[in-house]
Design a protein around this ligand. Structure first.
Ligand code: BTN
Length: 227
C-alpha cells in the first residue's frame, strides 16, 4: 500500500479527492489547516494528533454493505488503542471514546459512479499527544491525556495502518458498545427523544425502544447523546 506522509495539508480527505488516485493509498498529515468532521463541522487538527485518510477502491460493491466500511475503521481504531493499553468504547456510529471522552472521529466519504459505490475515503482523526482548550476540554481527550505519557506517533500510525488492512464484523463493532440497555437521547434538530438503546442492526441503524415501540434510526437522521 502506498503511504504519503505530509507535514501540513488542508484536509487529508480533500487531498485524496483532488488527486484522483487509481490505486488505494493512505495519506497522513502532521497537522491539518481545514480538518473536517461529520455534519459539516470542522475538526481541530493541531500537531500531535494522527490525521489519516485511506482511499478504498470498490469493484461490484454491494451498497447494503456500506456500514462495513465504518465497522472496519472503528474496530481498527479500537484495536489500535487496546494495543497501547486503553479500553476504547464506540459511540455510534463513528466516534471512539476513552474515559467517556472522544479520542477519535471518522469521516467516511463515498463516491458513486453510475449508481454504484466506486470509492470511499476513510478519514480518521486520532488524538495521540494533542491537548485541548475551551469547550473541547470537557468532551475530547487524547492518548497522552488518558495515559499520562506521550506516545510515539509513528508507532501508533504503524499499528493503525496494519489494523486498517483487516476486516471486521458487526459483532466485533458491538463488542465496543457498553451503552446497550441504557437510556440515551436521540437529537434531530431541535427535537429530543429519550429512548433505551437496544442494538445496532447489520445495516448500521441504531435500534431503540421508545414508548413501547422499536425504532431503527439511521445516523443521517439523528445524533446520539449518551446520558
Ligand atoms: C468527526 O469526529 O466528526 C469526524 C472527524 C474526522 C477527522 C479526520 S482527520 C483525517 C481526515 N481529514 C479530515 O478533514 N477529516 C478526517
Amino acid at each position: 500500500m502506498k503511504i504519503i506522509e505530509l507535514e501540513e495539508v488542508d484536509s487529508t480527505n480533500d487531498y485524496i479527492k483532488r488527486s484522483d488516485f487509481q490505486e488505494e493509498v493512505i495519506v497522513t498529515a502532521a497537522r491539518q489547516t481545514g480538518g473536517r468532521g461529520t455534519k459539516g463541522r470542522s475538526f481541530i487538527s493541531d500537531e500531535g494528533g494522527l490525521y489519516l485518510s485511506a482511499l478504498r477502491l470498490h469493484k461490484n460493491f454491494d451498497s447494503s454493505k456500506t456500514f462495513s466500511i465504518m465497522i472496519d475503521s472503528c474496530v481498527a481504531v479500537c484495536r489500535t488503542l487496546e494495543k497501547f493499553g486503553f479500553e476504547p468504547k464506540v459511540k455510534w456510529p463513528n466516534d471512539v471514546l476513552v474515559g467517556g471522552r472522544k479520542i477519535c472521529g471518522t469521516l467516511i466519504e463515498n463516491r458513486l459512479s453510475s449508481g454504484h459505490m466506486c470509492r470511499s475515503i476513510v478519514g480518521i482523526g486520532l488524538n495521540v499527544n494533542n491537548s485541548f482548550t475551551g469547550e473541547l476540554q470537557g468532551i475530547a481527550t487524547s492518548m497522552r491525556l488518558q495515559g499520562g505519557r506521550a506516545f510515539d506517533l509513528s508507532k501508533v500510525r504503524g499499528v493503525l495502518i496494519e489494523n486498517l488492512s483487516r476486516t471486521f464484523t458487526v459483532e466485533d463493532y458491538k463488542r465496543y458498545i457498553d451503552w446497550f440497555g441504557r437510556e440515551i437521547v436521540l437529537v434531530k434538530g431541535e427535537e429530543r427523544l429519550t429512548a433505551i438503546a437496544v442494538d445496532v442492526d447489520p445495516s448500521g441503524r441504531l435500534v431503540v425502544r421508545a414508548g413501547g415501540n422499536i425504532l431503527h434510526v439511521s445516523s443521517g437522521e439523528v445524533s446520539l447523546r449518551l446520558v
